[in-house]
Design a protein around this ligand. Structure first.
Ligand code: TXA
Ligand code: MG
Length: 507
């Protein structure tokens, strides 16, 4: 047992191995297949300043006979030596070799190894973290009384749909480590930043905060002047109404004059989550918030920081996406900083947005429910609960009385974008960028090519969409060619955003 910097550290970071520190390449038995993920070394170096590091890995391939116990140990010894060369000291490597069917006591999400580390190394689990790319990793942390964090590397994106909604998600180990270093007492730190944000909201200020869809730029929904600051900061035209975010159904009653049964059913099923409902408004909601419409958009976001902020503020928070009007929506705190840093009073960093496209909007302002914007919840999911909903017209229209959010040139990169049904081959021009759904076997890895989901996973594609658009947009390309994705599930929302991003070019 070593304590590298001489201080007695009693807090630990427990790390999954495959997909978190190294590339997930299946059952490893050849040390040449061990490839560190980008940023992993820097992440571990900075975590080590305050935390003792442990690896906890499930290797069911041992039980299944796909690798031997010695293979698993050899890989760990190899990686241990590689990390040691960088000055990183992993205190212990815990391996569960069992298959889930064996119902062993050590397989994640069991806290077995964390309890063992606590006893053997005097670790205070309530000050510790667990980071990994499988839902069981974060769960292991919480089961042990530590704080669990999910990363999008490895299979992290693929599993995002199975993750409990209150788990924080980060792009990779590096981003997660930065957040951990700034939040040594995460539960209290989140409560504290929510309290600080709430104070700003209550005094008429602006707070950018994470939600599961995109980051929001929030103000007190009942404060006309604060709402006006949102429009000013975003340079958003006043005819585009805001969505009000609530933390409880009671708060809906402060905003909406009616709560139809179908709306209640949808709330029951999909809240907290990426669904906004348009309902007749109460007179207390400022006209500016609803752009003069007699209805108000309401949703309960599935993000623990957002909900704590709204609860602490004790008022619904009106929030559009936290980007300049017409630009690409932000899915990480740094995206907000790039565009709005000096225009907001506080930016709360809550990692990355797991859904990645905005909420689905259903209007109850008419006799039958109408879907105004496709989003994180598909039309099929909604119809399964409340029966048929009418769809908005295929092509969005500019400033229709209802659905100004259907503005055509929305979510636009500054590089001209062309939308095609399918990209089948690449042009040699390095000034042309590509935004592809799955790509194909043997497609070159290149800076100007973004693949939303190599495995064709729609949720993963949605979560990657805006960050991919941003990255290509920053390359100073002459054109971005984007291809449509299948219209299924959240694919409809992806195609909708692509359409709008490409609109200038189409016309
Ligand atoms: O996922 C989301 O919904 C994100 C996060 C921050 O919650 N918010 C978001 O807000 O996408 P924003 O401002 O980008 O889109 C709000 C859109 C408006 O453009 C409009 O289409 C629709 O919501 N909307 C809001 N109130 C409405 C109303 N009373 N009637 C019709 N549409 C409304
Ligand atoms: Mg993993």
């Amino acid at each position: 047992m070593t304590v590298s910097n001489g201080t007695a550290r009693d807090a630990a970071v427990f790390l999954d191995r495959d997909g978190t520190i190294i590339e997930d390449r299946g059952h490893l038995k050849d040390s040449r297949d061990v490839v560190l993920l980008p940023g992993a070394v820097d992440a571990l170096l900075r975590l080590q300043e305050k935390y003792r590091l442990f690896v906890v890995t499930n290797q069911p391939g041992v039980s299944r006979g796909e690798i031997s116990a010695e293979d698993a140990m050899m890989i760990n010894r190899h990686l241990d030596a590689v990390l040691r060369e960088y000055g990183i000291d992993i205190e212990r490597w815990y391996v569960c070799p069992h298959d889930r069917a064996e119902k062993c006591e050590c397989s994640k999400p069991s806290p077995y190894f964390l309890k063992q580390a606590a006893a053997d190394f005097n670790i205070a689990l309530n000050k510790s973290f667990f980071i990994g790319d499988h839902p069981h990793d974060a769960m292991t942390g919480f089961n042990a009384g530590a704080f669990g964090i999910h990363v999008c590397t490895g299979h992290g994106m693929h599993h995002i749909g199975q993750l409990a909604w209150d788990i924080l998600v980060f792009r990779d180990l590096y981003d997660a480590s930065g957040w951990i270093m700034r939040h040594p007492d995460p539960v209290n730190d989140i409560a504290e930043v929510a309290r600080k944000g709430a104070e700003i909201i209550r005094s008429g200020g602006l707070v950018a905060f994470p939600t599961e869809t995109v980051y929001g730029l929030g103000a007190n929904a009942f404060d006309y002047h604060a709402a006006a600051r949102i429009f000013e900061a975003k340079q958003r035209p006043a005819f585009d109404p805001l969505i009000c975010h609530v933390a409880s159904v009671e708060q809906v009653m402060d905003l909406a004059a009616e709560w139809p049964e179908k709306a209640a059913l949808l709330a029951e099923k999909f809240w907290p989550g990426p669904l906004t409902m348009i309902l007749p408004k109460r007179p207390e909601v400022p006209d500016l918030v609803t752009s003069g419409l007699p209805s108000v958009g309401i949703r309960m976001p599935a993000n623990r920081i957002a909900l704590e902020l709204i609860k602490a503020a004790q008022t619904p928070i009106a929030a559009p996406s936290a980007n300049l009007f017409g630009r690409i929506s932000p899915t990480r705190a740094e995206h907000v900083r790039e565009q709005l840093e000096d225009r907001v009073d506080l930016i709360i960093d809550g990692g990355c947005c797991r859904v990645g496209v905005e909420s689905t909007i259903i209007s109850f302002a008419h006799d039958i429910p109408v879907m105004l914007r496709p989003g994180g919840i598909s039309a099929e999911q909604i119809e399964a609960v409340i029966g048929p909903v009418a769809r908005k017209p295929e092509k969005p229209v500019i400033s229709a009385p209802e659905g100004p959010g259907m503005l055509l040139s929305h979510y636009a990169p500054s590089t001209p974008m062309k939308l095609v049904d399918k990209v089948e081959q690449l042009d040699d021009d390095p000034k042309t960028g590509y935004l592809l759904f799955t790509g194909w076997a043997g497609i070159p890895v290149a800076d100007n090519i973004e693949i939303l989901s190599p495995g064709g996973d729609m949720a993963e594609a949605a979560a990657n969409l805006f960050a991919a658009m941003r990255r290509l947009d920053a390359l100073d390309l002459s054109e971005i060619i984007a291809e449509k994705v299948p219209e299924e599930g959240v694919g409809a929302a992806i195609n909708d955003r692509l359409h709008r991003a490409a609109w200038k070019e189409e016309n």
